[in-house]
Structure formats: C-alpha cells, structure tokens
Design a binder for this molecule. Structure first.
Ligand code: PLP
Length: 395
C-alpha cells in the first residue's frame, strides 16, 4: 500500500493543481464517520460538501444502485428511463412545481436555467444575482456568481448580468424593473459564508415579481433536499419561486442535478433546445429516489429541523463563551456557519487533528454541513471537541 505522503506526490505529478486537499487520505466511510488510511476516525460534518445526506454506506442507496446496474447503467436520453420518471415525480411532489430536466451537476442545472431565461425573455433583459452568490464554475453560472476572485481572470463573461448587494432592500427596489428577466437567489448562501436572506428582502423580491413579471430562480443546490429542516430553503419564507436548481444530495453521491420549473415556464425549452448525454443517469436517479424516500417519507426532515435548532443553540452558547474569537453563528437546520474573527483555514486543520471534519468558507466562516442522519449524540460530541479545540486556539 502506497503511503499517504506518496499519494500526495503522485497527485502532484499527475493531476492539474485545481484543489487544495486536506492533509489526510480517506480509506472508507461508515454512517457519519470517515476513516483515514491510518485508521483514525473522523466525525464528518462536511458530508462531501452537502452531498452525503445519508452519510456513508447507506444500505438503501447501495441496494438501489445494485438493482439498477443489473438492469442498465446507461441508456442515453434517446430512450425513456423509469428511474428518471420516478425521481421527477417525487421532486415535483415535494417542490409543488411542474416539470423536471436532469443534469449531472449544479452548474449544469444553472446553465439550463440560463438558457430558459434567455429564450423566454430575449437577449437584452438583465439577469440579476447577488454579492457573494455562488452558482457554479462554468461560464454562465460563473457570470452570475458574486465573487470577483473567481471571475476576474476569465472575462469576457455573459453580458446583461448584474450583481446587487445581498439583503439590500433599497438597492433591490431601485435596480429591478421592466428590463429584468430573472433574479437568482440562494435563500441561504453556502459558499458565501452561510448568509441567510432576510424575510424583508425576500418579501420585497416577490412583490417586485408581481409588479414586473420576471422569473425567480431559487438555487437550492446546497440548501435543498431537507438540509435546512424543510424540503427547500425557500419553504422557510412561505414563497414559491418559478424555477429551482438542484444537485449535490439528489444523486446519493452520484453526479446528478435538476432544473424544476413551474407550469408557466414548463414549455419554454423544447425538443433540441438543450440536452445532455449523461444527465439523469438511471443509476444516479435510482440512488436519488432512495435518498428522497428516506428524507421525506421516513421523517428524517423533521428530525433535522429539531436537531438543527438544538445544534444552533449549542453553537450560540459556544460563541458566547469564545466571543474573543467567534463573531457570529448563522444558518438553519443542518446548514450552519460560525463566523470567526480571523481566517479559519488553520483552525479547521486543528479540528481535523482532533477528529472533526468541517470546512472553512469565505475566509473566516466555519461551514458545518452534517449528514442528515446525525443524532443528538453526534452533535454533543461535536460541540465537545469543538470547544476543546477552541480552548487551545483562544489562548
Ligand atoms: C448554491 C450552489 N449553486 C451551484 C453550485 C455548483 O454546483 P456543482 O459544483 O455541482 O456544479 C454549488 C456548488 O457548491 C452551490 O453551492
């Protein structure tokens, strides 16, 4: 067996240097835990960046995959495939929208939605999104993302896009008008540092839609599928977007994304307007079906709501104790962020040494995305180690 050090050397040699890896090598996962090659156990509260909603080794996902691969792994979208239809039916049931198009990823779902917007509203009307938003890395989704550092080296980007300040009601009122085609919103920004949209901001946005008739697209790639204790983050606001884009958890760990539209926009994209060789892969859809059934039909989503409240209150207490290093706790359900007063990439490595996996986003926000199967015991364990690590780092 090659040593971890050797694996890093080989990766350096053979792979483009696109990702800064954490300094461990994982051998396998089990439930909410990951194990390193050396046998060390980690509580994984990052969940493969919100993908592994049911943790590792989930039996329902594994048997759904096994059953499907025996039938066919791939067919091409020239043929109808039952797992796609079944999953679409469930997504419509839980979103209350109308029709689904499957992709392989979040960024591709956003691309599909951008084509829908351009076809429905023409080339000149503006597509609006917000500061610190993250919608993906391909050209269209990058164009509407809010972080300059990801965009500045890749101009020219899509024209007729505009970024407004997140949660700034006045700027929204003054900028949205009859020339607005679409507004993209993460009701809870993930990459942007677990920033929750204010109720006032969301209310104004939906009032403006009534006035000007633009389309509201909810980016639920990170926040969807029960992560916040409701089916989608927008459910916390009692509003209904026209379109949702999804990915991450819906494929049970396999690459899958989706665009869901309401009735009004369901006929915009027609035969030949868009497509994908792999989008809606039957194995990924079969796995996704197992995920949705477990989250929505076995009461897991309600657990997330209750435990999410508990987890947040424990983090708030922790923040009070360590106010010299913690600025704020934010988020809903199992999508939580602890904003530190200083950059957090080093402290996240300290957590790792102590057996906790979390992530540092937006420079100083510890992003916590537990698997939805986490229990109160896991949360208590997390808080315990979290405090011990902070103790050493707040001296
Ligand atoms: C809110 C949001 N939108 C879009 C994306 C892009 O998804 P993907 O990485 O699957 O392309 C992400 C990825 O983190 C995301 O968090």
């Amino acid at each position: 067996m090659a040593s971890t050090e050797n694996s890093f050397k080989l990766e350096e040699e053979y792979l483009l240097h696109m990702y800064k890896r954490m300094p461990i090598e994982i051998s396998h996962g089990e439930g909410v835990y990951l194990f390193s090659k050396e046998g060390k156990k980690y509580l994984d509260f990052f969940s493969g960046l919100a993908v592994n909603a049911l943790g590792y080794g989930n039996k329902k996902i594994i048997s759904a995959i096994e059953e499907q691969i025996k039938k066919y792994i791939h067919l091409s979208n020239y043929y109808i495939n039952l797992p796609q239809i079944k999953l679409a039916e469930k997504l419509i049931r839980y979103s209350w929208l109308s029709k689904v198009f499957f992709t392989n990823s979040g960024t591709e779902a956003v691309e599909a939605s951008l084509k829908l917007v351009r076809k429905a509203f023409g080339p000149d009307k503006k597509i609006i999104s917000f500061s610190n938003a993250f919608h993906g890395r391909t050209y269209g989704s990058l164009s509407i993302s809010g972080k300059e550092k990801y965009k500045k080296l890749f101009a020219p980007l899509l024209s007729n896009t505009l970024q407004l300040k997140f949660n700034d009601v006045e700027e929204l009122k003054n900028s949205v008008n009859k020339n607005t085609a679409a507004v993209y919103l993460e009701f809870i920004q993930g990459e942007g540092g677990i920033q929750v949209a204010s109720h006032q901001f969301v209310k104004k946005l939906f009032e403006l839609r009534e006035e000007y008739g633009f389309i509201i697209i909810a980016d639920e790639v990170q926040s969807g599928i029960g992560r916040t204790g409701k089916a989608f983050a927008f459910n916390h606001f009692n509003v209904k977007p026209d379109v949702i884009v999804l990915a991450k958890a819906i494929g049970g760990g396999l690459p899958l994304g989706a665009l869901i539209t309401n009735e009004k926009y369901a006929e915009v994209l027609q035969y030949g307007d868009h497509g994908s060789t792999f989008g809606g892969n039957p194995v990924a859809c079969a796995a996704g079906l197992a995920v949705l059934e477990t989250i929505f039909e076995n009461g897991l989503v309600n657990e997330v709501e209750i435990l999410g409240n508990y987890f947040k209150s424990e983090l708030v207490l922790t923040a009070q104790k360590y106010s010299s290093i913690i600025n704020e706790v934010r988020g809903i359900g199992f999508m939580l962020g602890v904003e530190m007063r200083n950059p957090c990439s080093e402290i996240v490595k300290e957590f790792m040494k102590n057996g906790l996996l979390v992530n540092c986003t937006n420079d100083n926000v510890i992003r916590i995305l537990p698997p939805l199967i986490s229990t109160k015991e896991h949360i208590d364990y997390f808080i315990n180690i979290f405090k011990t690590t902070l103790d050493k780092n707040s001296l």
